[in-house]
Design a protein around this ligand. Sequence first.
Ligand code: MN
Length: 249
Amino acid sequence: MVFSMPLEEYKRKRKFDQTPEPPAKVEAKAGHRFVVQKHDATRLHYDFRLEMEGVLKSWAVPKGPSLDPADKRLAMQVEDHPVSYFDFEGIIPEDNYGAGTVMVWDVGTWQPLSPVPVQGKYVAGTEAEAVAMLAKGDLKFRLDGKKLKGDFALVKMKGRRPGSKGTEWLLIKKHDDHEVEGYDIDAFDESVLSKRSLAEIAGDEGSAEWRSRPSGRGKLKAAWLADAVAKLDKKNLAKKPIAKKKLRN
Ligand code: MN
C-alpha cells in the first residue's frame, strides 16, 4: 500500500519551518468528523477528508463533492493528513507543498454504513466495516455536515487505464432525501468557519502584508512568517470553541 506509513508522505512533502500548517501527529482516539477544504492551489480543487484510525483519510476532488447522484466526482486519494489539520483555513506560502489559499468549506460528522442495504436502505455500520470497505475500495458512509448531508460512497476505480496511478476513486451521492438535482457547488463559496469567500481569505491582512514584502530575503520572510503563524494560532484558538460547539449539532 502506498499510504501504509501514517503521515510519512505528509511529513516528507512539508517544510514546517515555512508553513503555518500543523505538524504531523497520529491521534490516539478515533473520532468521526469530516471536513471539506476548498483549496486554490496550482489548480482549484476540494480536499475531502474523513477522520479515521487517528488520521484524516484524504482525497482531492477537482470538481468538488455534489449532492446530485448523477454526478460521479473523480477523487484522487492523497496522503493521510494529521487530525490537527482538520480546521486549517488560511494561506500556505509559496514554494511550499500545496501553496495557495485554503477554506474550510464544510465540516460535520460521518458514520460508516453497513455494506449491505436492509430493504433497500442503508443502515449504520461499524468502524471495522468502514476499515474493511476502505481497504476493499468501496466505502459507504453517511454525512451530517452544514452543506453535505446524506449517504455517499467512495468507490475505487480499477486501475487499468493507461497512465492510471491507482489512486483514482469516485465520490458518489446515493439516492435519499438529501439529494439535489443539478447541484451547483460554485453557488456555495463560503467558509463554514468564517463565512468568508475564497477571495476574501486570500486577500486578508496577513496575505496582503506578505505579498508587499520583497521576496528572497530570508530574515524578512521569517519575520513575517512568525507574525503570520502567531496570528493564525490566535485565530484558531479563538475559533475552536465555536467550531466544536457547531459539530455537536
Ligand atoms: Mn489540496
